[in-house]
Design a protein around this ligand. Structure first.
Ligand code: 5RP
Length: 218
């Protein structure tokens, strides 16, 4: 199976976690695109979706799935999203697609985070995938220096602006042994909007697709 076929298998398995009649949270990325495609087949069973990016909103809209503003919602029963890396404690690096801030906001109001991944995303220690950090543009050089002082090698994502009008620094060379502590530490840097560590609010369910099938971890 190709990596994309594995992503699709994990994504379709997540349809089992969609409650009847609910508004659900929808993440961003190629794995989530498969989930949205699957959601289209059961769209009459859901009330709508809160989207984490303009890209996912466009895909949901194209299928006629009602988009709900988070400002009109207090809590979501479930949030389905992918990850760039996930560890044994269900802490993740996210933001490869640059949607980390809205993803973190939607995840924060969701009772259950269902992470959908192909097996290559499961790691012992987070950090091989560069950690995305969304920054206010005028703070980019300052934040870069601070991240370097923490032991990382920040690289500006060239030609990329987030849905919020900000920049992304991708931090290479990290081995994150304390994901919660590092998430907190990076958030303390003035000018950081969000970092892509999802450790304080990690996943609750992991659907991990391998050639032998989709394993469910809760
Ligand atoms: C986007 C994300 C994605 O969930 C993450 O990058 C995984 O993407 P893909 O499903 O394309 O592998 O965090 O900001």
């Amino acid at each position: 199976m190709t990596q994309d076929e594995l992503k699709k298998a994990a994504a379709l398995a997540a349809l089992d976690y969609v409650p009847e009649g609910a508004v659900i949270g929808v993440g961003t990325g190629s794995t989530v695109n498969h989930f949205i495609d699957g959601l289209a087949g059961i769209r009459s069973r859901i009330a709508g979706a809160v989207s984490s990016s303009e890209a996912s909103s466009a895909r949901l809209r194209a299928y006629g799935i009602p988009l709900v503003e988070l400002t009109n919602v207090d809590e979501l029963p479930v949030y389905v999203d992918g990850a760039d890396e996930i560890d044994g404690g269900f802490a993740m690096i996210k933001g490869g697609g640059g949607a980390l801030t809205r993803e973190k906001i939607v995840a924060a109001v969701s009772r259950r985070f269902v992470c959908i991944c192909d097996a290559s995303k499961k790691v012992a220690t987070l950090g091989c995938f560069p950690l995305p950090v969304e920054v206010i543009p005028m703070a980019a050089r300052h934040v870069s220096r601070e991240l370097a002082a923490l032991g990382g090698k920040p690289v500006l994502r060239e030609g990329f602006t987030t849905d919020n009008g900000n920049l992304i620094l991708d931090v290479h060379g990290l081995a994150i042994t304390d994901p919660r502590g590092f998430e907190t530490r990076v958030n303390q840097i003035v000018g950081v909007v969000t970092n892509g560590l999802f450790a304080h609010r990690g996943a609750d369910v992991l659907l991990l697709a391998a050639p032998g099938g989709v394993e469910r971890f809760e």
